[in-house]
Design a protein around this ligand. Structure first.
Ligand SMILES: [Fe+2]
Ligand SMILES: [Fe+2]
Length: 386
């Protein structure tokens, strides 16, 4: 009977029809939080079939308001990748939310059909402090997990109850994504391990996120902090985070790229972004300036193929950056200011195996900022005060 109704609705509505398979839930992933900037928060999730999706949120679970994504006056629907932006949130405030998805069985010109509706669990999050506020916070940075969920789990365990406010994945975590399903599977696993339904995550690209068939579409699922761009800057209290995307680790002319990369221009774009960023009040007035990008300007690769150093090095050296957190080398390393011509200390996270992995903890507490690299055995490998 159900199939008959399905066929009738296809004939009647004459439009794309999608029904969740009986064996599948409506939601493909748990909701996860992205782009915790500018008094906003994006709630993201995927569904197994096209839906109408929305978020209910508020400071009080008995008084929730509804948010949808609008585009040119229409509710964005009949899709499977959902990003609902919550705006005008109060700083440093706890909000509750639930995600909702209702299967769209028919989306016709004059009639629509709906199927199963699914609601997520009730979650909460706390928004970023007011820009410039001297508020304590903790951020953690993972890198080069290369899809290794066991290492991710061990590193979270090594944090030993550290209550972190947001998470940065500093590249080479969603290793060579071959399809949307493969990418979403690993992103979901990392999200669940770090608790991304209640703690915002920022996924930066390493060179490995740029490889394989789904790489060009990765930011359909992910959001950094500046719209569709994979780089940007944001304030968390009185700390300014600058996030950069180094691109590939070989020249654009390398034969394995088949002429399909132009990271030369992309790095130039980021040079222009940096020139603007260092002039911004939010950057200049910040108490701390933390730089996060995958390939270090200084370290193992220095001074081999290093276009980011050539383009960005002087700007960053002149900008009173307090530290850089980098990755890519699969070994934990520390380069104090002045080891090369770097004006700021450089901390490089480790590799995907437990024996070489570390998690970097950025902690603003008691009027000071510390950055620590911790290994799987909870040993503090490096601790610096900025
Ligand atoms: Fe890597
Ligand atoms: Fe890398």
């Amino acid at each position: 009977m159900r199939n008959v109704l399905l066929i009738i609705s296809i004939l009647f509505f004459g439009t794309t029809l999608a029904v969740a398979k009986d064996s599948e839930s409506v939601m493909q992933t748990n909701p996860f939080l992205q782009s915790p900037v500018n008094n906003g928060m994006t709630v993201s999730w995927l569904t197994n079939s096209p839906t109408l999706s929305w978020v209910e949120y508020g400071q009080d679970t008995t008084d929730m308001q509804r948010a949808v994504t609008l585009q040119n006056g229409q509710v964005v629907a009949n899709n499977t990748i959902h990003h609902i932006r919550l705006t005008d949130l109060q700083p440093n405030t706890k909000y509750y939310y639930r995600a909702f998805s209702k299967v769209i069985t028919a989306y016709g010109a004059y009639s629509k059909g709906f199927g199963t509706q699914e609601t997520s669990s009730l979650y909460s999050f706390t928004t970023a402090p007011e820009d410039g506020a001297e508020e304590d916070f903790t951020a953690v940075v993972f890198n080069d997990l290369h899809k290794n969920t066991a290492t991710a789990e061990a590193m979270v365990k090594a944090l030993d109850g550290v209550d972190y406010d947001f998470v940065i994945f500093n590249g080479d975590c969603i290793d060579d994504p071959s399809s949307q399903d493969v990418a979403v599977d690993i992103i979901s696993k990392f999200n669940d391990i770090v608790g991304a339904s209640e703690t915002p995550v920022i996924y930066l690209r390493g060179n490995h996120e740029i490889r394989n068939a789904y790489s060009v579409w990765l930011y359909d699922v992910l959001q950094c902090v500046s719209g569709d761009l994979s780089y940007g800057a944001f304030s968390w209290g009185d700390t300014r985070f600058v996030l950069l995307d180094c691109g590939e680790d070989k020249p654009d002319s390398h034969p394995v790229y088949y002429g399909m990369n132009d990271f030369s221009q992309f790095r130039e774009d980021q040079k222009n972004f940096l020139l603007e960023e260092v002039k911004r009040k939010e950057f200049r007035k910040a108490e701390y300036r933390v730089l996060v990008h995958h390939i270090a300007l200084y370290g193992l690769e220095y001074p081999e193929f290093n276009p980011c150093y050539d383009l960005w090095g002087q700007i960053l050296n002149d900008a009173n950056v307090d530290c850089a957190i980098n990755a890519h080398e699969h070994r934990v390393a520390f380069h104090p200011a002045g080891e090369f011509d770097n004006e700021y200390p450089v901390l490089i996270g480790g590799g995907p195996q437990l024996s070489s992995a570390c998690v970097t903890v950025i902690k603003r507490s008691n009027g000071q900022m510390t950055v620590e690299q911790i290994d799987a055995k909870r040993k503090v490998l490096k601790s610096i005060v900025l």
